[in-house]
Write a protein that binds this ligand. Structure first.
Ligand code: FAD
Length: 144
């Protein structure tokens, strides 16, 4: 079964408190571990950005479940590709939240500092996600 990577954006249907995010992550990490899915969830206030990677069937099933979730809307696939290997080997679901993503890091990719400005271009989204992953794995951001 081929390995796929799916990237989507969405908009929270309400302002997310840390407790709401932790509830999402607790379930996500448990379910993703069972499905051998890895990835990253970024919460940037106005938007979620999430990368899911794993076997195609598992990624699609998980994505359909996520897309149905009433805690967010405007779920939009940004990229779907077949990477040679996983980008997020260590995380059943890494997490970077609003307060942790440095303004400078966002501005490096979106000069106006708005994550929404990245969304039309899949390449910019992936470059941003890679930078966030790099910072997470080097301990510059807290993984949860
Ligand atoms: P159930 O637990 O039966 O929930 C059904 C519906 O009830 C949900 O779709 C949601 O609308 C609502 N709901 C459930 N729990 C709550 C709650 N605590 N507060 C308010 N409403 C609730 N799941 C994964 O498996 N992997 C992921 O990587 C993942 N990432 C997510 C990212 C985001 C941004 C969001 C919003 C959700 C994510 N989820 C993820 C959760 C996913 O949407 C499902 O809720 C979860 O997988 C359980 O599926 P289920 O069919 O058993 O849903």
């Amino acid at each position: 079964m081929p390995m796929v990577q799916l990237v989507y954006s969405s908009q929270p249907t309400k302002q997310m408190a840390s407790r709401d995010l932790m509830e999402i992550l607790d379930v996500a990490r448990e379910r993703n571990q069972d499905a051998r899915i890895t990835g990253l969830l970024c919460y940037a206030g106005s938007h979620f950005l999430q990368v899911l990677e794993g076997e195609r069937k598992q990624v699609c099933e998980t994505f359909y479940r996520i897309a149905d979730d009433e805690r967010h809307s405007d779920v939009t696939i940004i990229d779907y590709n077949y990477p040679p290997e996983r980008l997020f080997t260590d995380w059943t679901m890494g997490y970077a939240g609003l307060g942790e993503i440095r303004r400078e890091l966002i501005r490096r990719h979106a000069p106006d500092g708005e994550v929404a400005s990245l969304l039309p271009d899949a390449g910019s989204v992936m470059a941003f996600v890679r930078d966030v992953a790099h910072e997470l794995s080097h301990g510059f951001l807290s993984p949860d």
